[in-house]
Design a protein around this ligand. Sequence first.
Ligand SMILES: Cc1ncc(COP(=O)(O)O)c(C=O)c1O
Length: 458
Amino acid sequence: MHVDDDLPGDQLPLVAVPLPGSLGARLIDDLSRVECPGLTARRRRREELSGASHDPIVWARARGANVVDVEGNRFVDFTAGFGAALLGHSHPSVVAAVQRQSTRLLHALGDVYPSEPKIALERRLAELAPWPARVILGLSGADAVEAALKTAALATKKPGVVAFVGGYHGLSYGAVGVSGYKTAFRAPFAAQLNAKVVFAPFPSVLAPSPDEAEQAVEASLAAVDAALATGEIGAVVVEPILGRGGVEPAPAGFLAALAERARLAGAVLIADEVYTGLGRTGRLFRSIAQRCVPDILVLGKALGGGLPVSACLIREELAQAWGAPDREALHTSTFLGNPLGCAAALASLDVLTRPETADQIRETGQRLESTLTEALRDHRLGVPRTTFARLLVGLTLEGGSGRALAVMRSMLERGYIVLTGGVAGNVLTLTPPMCLTEAQIDGFTHALVASLHATRVP
Ligand SMILES: Cc1ncc(COP(=O)(O)O)c(C=O)c1O
């Protein structure tokens, strides 16, 4: 019997052992003694804010939309593991590719003596780009953002970057320096970060009135223009939809306006599509679907189908800047282009680029949107705002971050894994896998309504 025959991935939750269970509790206790205390501190803060336990569950297995913890409880994962399992956990094509590759070559010599899967993946990614492209691979989204920022600095010889309040690009030094998501992430390291980063406001599409929406775009572009006018800005970095920042889509025309402004000012536009890219929002690249052609595209999360691999796609002419300096390979690392990750990414891309996949994402996204819209219409539930971009969904809750965390916990106890996001922490963020079934969407919706009732603000 295949080990996962009892976990096809399309089942409803089954939480038989109350969370976290004795084995789970023991493991978490072990973890809290050895892991960086930052994570334990966050748990305590969450408990204080929400008045609910935030002891984690410990994952043991996952397939499709289902996750099973060490107690044998079964959940439905509406996060797809931070968005990485867009195809579903342990997609059979990805698993088969990893199994095949693991018997041949686990590790090669990166930029010196590469492996075949690395070469094939770079070729495949270059074909997907909207222009003749060069590729720099990475292991995380932040890695690919670093490659993008370095490319901009080399190509323009300008150190400054325009980024956006609420934008999230990862936590390595270059990436956190341009992440306007929360100042708390930058503050302790501020002295070590790029001092020439300017944060512009990100215009909300859901401003109270069309006039205010227009004013928000103007204010944002005015801030971008003022920064570009200094002549010091080499890059504008933007997410087509703020992901961690609360599922906030760029208004129509905004991304194209940024590309045009960057071009006129001799800067490059970096579209960070780590969350939005590769189909999650219905198209392979959200920026291009919004009629914006960026200079650099950053991909991660879904690319590896669960393995750590990311990519920075660069317009050919910009990438030439890497050819000059010192004739050294200025940007590489031991595991960059790791054969297992590359084999997984090739298998993922095969599925992600099929027309049937786009259809499935559209259908699942539509079903989720119509079911949730109908259920959340009742204003007593305290969900004043919803944002749907296929499989990237934000539900803004009344009651602030404390209530959002209480809903997150209540949903977990009912067998549904969700995360909170947004600058104020009050957005329930759903990034499910594309293989959600109708029954899973209905079950989720019932559980959500019950959790919202249970946590109602008086
Ligand atoms: C838009 C965006 N860029 C970059 C990153 C960083 O990716 P990673 O966590 O893999 O470093 C994230 C992570 O959530 C992201 O959402």
